[in-house]
Design a binder for this molecule. Sequence first.
Ligand code: ARG
Length: 407
Amino acid sequence: SSVYAQTYVLNADSAIDVVSGKLISPATVVVEDNKIISVGKSNRKAYPKGAEVIDLSGHTLLPGLFDMHVHLTSDAHVHGYKRLQRTAPRAAITGVRNAKRTLDAGFTSVRNLGAAGYADIALRDAIIDGDVSGPRVNAAGPSLGITGGHCDNNLLTHEHKVFSEGVADGPWAVRQKVRENIKYGANLIKFCATGGVLSKGTKVGAQQYSQEEMTAIVTEAHLRGLTVAAHAHGTDGIKSAIKAGVNSVEHVSFVDDEAIQLAKDKGTYFSMDIYNTEYILGEGEKAGILPESLDKERKVGATQRASFTKAVKAGVNMVFGSDAGVYPHGDNGKQFSRMVKFGMTELQAIQAATINSAMLLKQNTQLGSLEAGKLADIIAVKGNPLKDISVMENVIFVMKDGRVEKQ
Ligand code: ARG
């Protein structure tokens, strides 16, 4: 990134130290090349020579946001049978548009939790190569799942012989699948522990992989230095996934006290997509979501939000995960106000999308807070999000890796 060697001085009303929760006002952040040099109270005399000064008065600076659950290669208006028309190359091109929208919404890091044909890995690499602009993509490749489960494609009859690429049954088969994903570039592993809302013919609350299989997946992934995310709505599946040692559980709809305690003991992160239900029930039918999925959503949405409140109260490690791709990319920030509505403080919601996510990814020495020495992923919002969280829906300035991406 020394190609861009450039010094910036960002002057704003304030900056949020997401670790302490303190507001630095007025704030000046100095960026050199792709690193943060200093964060502190404004001191106009100390500007480095040749720096480009960016005036962000009226605004608050924050570290670049993380969304721990997206599907960049999926579109919200293409669901159900419509998705059968989408090839992996077509999905990769969609991903280019969605990566830019995500970055413009202030999300400089994402976990892409599942894509067919390794389209997410192609997208990640195109962003790294500078061919297209987008967030730092931590990509899973095809999600692992049981035959006929949530991570399989069950739309067609047996004559068509359709199985998703990540389908594997049995402890050694799942280990082989983890190895295959690593071979083709995955930097994390996603598997489906229970049924889901949007898959045909799955019971949303029912466990799918056995304990033995989940343990095999996690053991193999950890052996190779990758983190693991488990899709789990149902109580038994959530518990088995936590016991297997997953780094995060996605959705976590039907959690109980025992599962919450297990997560606390193990330090497992919960990534709960509590905005999603509004889009599915509002726009889902038009987008092609199956009637049976809409029925399932009616049973999941409200319960998931109550579970979120419980988990926050209990002090579980929480990250920000939206499942964007089910709903429109770029609208990721809409979830912040729901996280506050259902039990978080404004600071907790911001921590979920910054330092907590960086810790989940084991990237917290590099990213997740505005600190000297960290990578220059910085955003600005109007006003003060600690007072009005809805300003997170409108990110006006985005810097990633020391480059201004939106102003
Ligand atoms: N991908 C998830 C599934 O199909 C979406 C769940 C959305 N619903 C919710 N209430 N979060 O299961």
